[in-house]
Design a protein around this ligand. Structure first.
Ligand SMILES: CC(C)(COP(=O)(O)OP(=O)(O)OC[C@H]1O[C@@H](n2cnc3c(N)ncnc32)[C@H](O)[C@@H]1OP(=O)(O)O)[C@@H](O)C(=O)NCCC(=O)NCCS
Length: 145
């Protein structure tokens, strides 16, 4: 499956709009997270990443710097395309892009606890205790770049 990626900084662009549609379907509708706004102030400072298959947006993420740490977030694969290694390919793209465009030797995420194995498959290590964020169990994880 050939996926082409587009990246864009900030919110005023088509890549961001495609990402937000996928994020809404995933984090708000599918995961029923209606109480917390999906779009937030970090979107303005994020590099937004969308992967396209036959011009259809099928996966997304955002990359930003917070408190001196490089962070990836809002990582999602369209529900109809899961379990096809698209998530792992997206993480590989994020890794290459982060190495080329940011001066950090590691990246941090707040992983939903259920997806811990997915991130471990990509080399992430968990640290600290589980915690609740937006009503969902999470764990901190990091990856050497
Ligand atoms: C998590 C997510 C991005 C994975 O995407 P995907 O394209 O289905 O994942 P892949 O096909 O690349 O899977 C790669 C590996 O992770 C594992 N994996 C994927 N989803 C998993 C899950 N829900 N639970 C446990 N392992 C999972 C796969 O089994 C595979 O491991 P294996 O090679 O040992 O079999 C996708 O399920 C998703 O978008 N979920 C909803 C949004 C979300 O919760 N994002 C995470 C926020 S922290």
């Amino acid at each position: 499956m050939n996926i082409s990626y587009k990246t864009y900084l900030g919110q005023n662009n088509g890549v961001y709009k495609d990402a937000v549609k996928l994020r809404w379907a995933t984090f708000v509708v599918e995961q029923k997270c209606y109480d917390v706004p999906d779009e937030d102030e970090k979107d303005l400072i994020s590099q937004h990443v969308v992967g396209y298959y036959n011009k259809i947006p099928i996966c997304c993420a955002r990359i930003f710097v917070k408190d001196g740490f490089l962070v990836w977030g809002r990582i999602a694969v369209d529900i109809n395309f899961r379990k096809n290694n698209i998530g792992i390919k997206l993480l590989n793209f994020l890794k290459d892009f982060s190495k080329s465009n940011f001066d950090f030797d590691e990246v941090h995420i707040h992983a939903q606890y259920y997806a811990k194995h997915f991130y471990e498959r990509a080399g992430f290590e968990s640290y600290g205790d589980k915690f609740i964020e937006d009503g969902i169990e999470h764990i901190s994880m990091k990856l050497k770049l």
